[in-house]
Design a binder for this molecule. Sequence first.
Ligand SMILES: [Zn+2]
Length: 333
Amino acid sequence: MFWEKLRRWLTGFLALAGLQLLEAANQPHLATVSINGQPYISVVGWSSLYNLSSRWEPKSSELRLTNRWTHLEFKADTRRVEVDDVSVNLSFPVLRVGDRLYLALRDEETVLRPLLKPPRLPAGRKITTIALSPGHGGKDPGHIEGSRTEKYYTLQLALEVQRLLQKNGFKVIMSRSDDAYVSLEERPAIARKRGADLYLCLHFNSAGGAEAPQGLETYCLTPSGASSTNDRGNNGGSARTGNRWDHENLQLAYQLHRAILSEIDFGDRGVRHSRFKELALAEMPAAYIEGGFMSNHEDAKRIFSESGRTRFAAAIVDGIMAFKRLVERGQPE
Ligand SMILES: [Zn+2]
C-alpha cells in the first residue's frame, strides 16, 4: 500500500516535469474520421504527441499507453479512461474498428488535453482563498438516512477542511458555518464577492435498492462541447457552454479525486461532468465532491465518524495543494 502511494505521488511529479518538455513540441495535425456523426481520432496516432508507447490487447479490446511519467488505459465500448489508475468519464464511447481504438475528438479536447497538458494560471494569479460550500442546510436536509441528515455531515466535513486549510495558510470562505439555508445562487455569489480563487462543494450520495452503490464521485462543470456524465444518451452537449475555466475545472476535479483515492480505500466512480447550478455559476475553478454513499455500510462508517472525516478532509486538502502546485508552476513562491 505504501509503495503504491509513493508510486502515485512520484508519477504525479514526474508527469509535470515531462509535460513541460513536451509543451514545446508542435502538435501535428490529427486526422479525424467520422463515426456516428462524431469526429474521432485514432488513439495510437494521438498518443505519439505525448511519446506514449502502446500495448494492444485484442482479446479484451484494451489499449495501454505509457511513457516515463504517466500511463493511460482505454477499453472499447466504455466511456471511461484510466489516467494513472484514476477513472475519468468521457462524453462518447471509445470505439474499436478492426484492431484500432478511436477516441472522440471532443473527449481529446475536453478531457485528455487538459489532463496531459495542465493549464497554468495567468502570471501573478495564485490560489490563496478557498470557498467551501457544504451542501444543503436549514430547511433543506439533503439525503436522510434514519436520523442522520446530509446537511449535518457536509457541514462537519467542511469545518474540518476549513481548519486544515487555515493551518496550511489559506484563507477560507464558508457559504455557511451553521445550519443555515443559503440559496444555490447566493453561494457562488458570496465566493465571488469575497475574492475566492477556488470553489468546492461538499456532498454525500444516497441510493437504495439492490444495487447498493458505493464510492467517490468528483464532478466538474460539463465543458463546452461535452455531455454530462449522468445524462446518458444525450450527446447534444455542444449547444451548451461550459465556462472560461473548463480546463482548470477538469484538472481540479482530477487532482481532488486522485488525492482522495490515493489516501483512502474508496470505490472509484470516476471524475464526472455535470451542470450543477453552483458549478455553472462559479466564477473561479470549481469542483463538487460526492464523498460516498450514506446508504452504503462501508462509506457510512467514513462519513459518520470523526476519524473518517479527519482523514477525508486531509485528503481533500492534499488535492487542493496538488492543484495549486500544478497551476501555479513557473511562478515565484
Ligand atoms: Zn447533496
